[in-house]
Design a protein around this ligand. Structure first.
Ligand SMILES: Nc1ncnc2c1ncn2[C@@H]1O[C@H](COP(=O)(O)OP(=O)(O)OP(=O)(O)O)[C@@H](O)[C@H]1O
Ligand SMILES: [Mg+2]
Length: 424
């Protein structure tokens, strides 16, 4: 599980820290920085794909001009806070009972230079896995060129002492180092390092950024395609895979009955001439509704359930505007579904929301990791504060409803009053 993300001069965060729980709800006004947080997670995910920094931040095309990766909003030019030279992200996490900390500092470069890694390190339980040389930036080591990064690797095998290897600085070391270790070392320590690196990469790889689109969910898909796309692609084949297991199917039917007024009692998966399938919902009275005419909200619910119950769920979901397209009366059920699934312990979710009601329905443990993203008047940087760390909040929420406080802008006001120079 990811436990903390720290930003240094990334997008509109000069210095900020986001504490993460199983469900981390982000609230905040428009343009406060919620989606910039999503960009930071996407950056980490991009690393796991083995891309160069230019690909991660720009765009990645494969043959025939097919877009494979959309890059980070604002690309290279708008990645750093107010045109600063470098940005850094630090992620703390737990994996298999070990505590990891990954740090990456990047120089996006100018129109004439490529983006490159300036500092990078990975620690496991405070023990070095790898770290760029303390004097790594090329300015200070004469023999190192800007395209190279010197990296310290712990001793083991033929290496009695910590040794230094040179890596290409245009791609994160995290996605290059495994291969290098395989080439050069076969000792136990190298095996341990490789294992931890593989776990870290797999955690970044297992991130999904759901941005559901009814049009994509209505597209037929091929049986066996069991990974739900970010826009809800492959919905029909993921649902079909769920329905193959009677227990999972039962859970699916129960949830859809609760979440929509439709009395769907069964699902069918008719095949077209190309072998593709499109889900149909069977109502109690026998009426059959295909995904083409199911409502947008019903499809959104189906996709969320599919994301959790499908055979290949991700370990981390970032969900923008959770309440989108849903009736407020159904929100608490959606939240219940999410909280129930993440309480099983292998799925984590960060979600943004503008809905005051959602805050009201949060369980105490989810409220614990809900955060406010905000900007102060006349300041250009954005900040993040855990809602329960807002001054006086614990007393105030005993007397006032969280949704009303959200609606009235109380959280943002409280943060302004917390800054003495702004108040006077
Ligand atoms: N490099 C940068 N330096 C400073 N500020 C930036 C930078 N890049 C983006 N921003 C600021 O971030 C804002 C956008 O933030 P973001 O898209 O995360 O908002 P949001 O909280 O998701 O809003 P909404 O609720 O409307 O989606 C921009 O309006 C801009 O002010
Ligand atoms: Mg946004």
């Amino acid at each position: 599980m990811l436990t903390k993300l720290t930003f240094e001069r990334f997008k509109n965060f000069e210095k900020a820290e986001l504490i993460l729980g199983p469900l981390s709800l982000l609230i905040g006004t428009n343009a406060s920085g919620k989606s910039n947080i999503r960009d930071a997670f996407r950056f980490l995910h991009g690393i796991s794909r083995g891309y160069t920094l230019a690909d991660i931040m720009g765009e990645k095309y494969i043959e025939a001009g097919v877009l494979q990766w959309r890059g980070i909003r604002g690309g290279l030019r708008e990645a750093t806070y107010r045109q600063a030279k470098r940005f850094a992200l630090i992620i703390n996490f737990n994996v298999q009972g070990m505590e990891g900390r990954y740090f990456i500092r990047v120089e996006p470069g100018t129109t004439r230079s490529q983006p490159r890694v300036v500092t990078e390190s990975l620690y496991c339980d405070k023990e070095l896995i790898f770290a760029s040389h303390p004097r790594a930036p090329y300015e200070s080591i004469k023999q190192v060129e800007p395209q190279h990064l010197k990296v310290r690797i712990p001793p083991g095998g033929n290496y009695r002492k910590e040794h230094v290897e040179t890596f290409i600085a245009y791609q994160p070391v995290l996605s290059q180092i495994e291969e290098r270790l395989v080439e050069k070392r076969n000792d136990d320590k190298a095996e341990e390092i490789r294992h931890f690196i593989a776990e870290t990469i797999s955690m970044f790889d297992s991130m999904r950024f759901l941005d559901l689109n009814p049009e994509a969910m209505r597209r037929p898909s091929l049986p066996g395609q069991t990974i739900l796309g970010d826009q809800g692609e492959n919905l029909s084949s993921v649902l079909q895979a769920i329905c193959e297991d009677p227990r999972q199917k039962n859970a699916l039917v129960e949830w859809i009955k609760e979440l929509t007024p439709m009395d769907a009692t069964d699902f069918k998966f008719p095949t077209d001439q190309m072998g593709r399938i499109l889900v149909s919902l069977i109502e109690e009275n026998g009426q059959r509704i295909s995904a083409y005419s199911a409502s947008d909200g019903t499809l959104r619910f189906l996709a969320m359930i599919a994301a959790f119950l499908g055979p290949e769920p991700a370990r981390f979901y970032f969900f923008e505007e959770l309440e989108n397209g849903l009736h407020p009366a159904r929100l608490h059920l959606l939240l219940q579904l999410i909280e129930q699934q993440i309480s099983k312990g292998n799925i984590q979710m960060v979600a943004t929301s503008h809905s005051p009601q959602l805050l009201r329905f949060l369980s105490p443990s989810s409220l614990d990791s809900a955060s406010l993203v905000y900007r102060l008047p006349n300041r250009s940087d954005a900040r993040i504060r855990r809602i329960l760390d807002i001054p006086d909040v614990r007393r105030v929420i005993k007397q006032h409803d969280l949704a009303n406080l959200h609606e009235s802008g109380w959280f943002e006001d409280a943060m302004v009053f917390d800054e003495p120079e702004i108040v006077k």
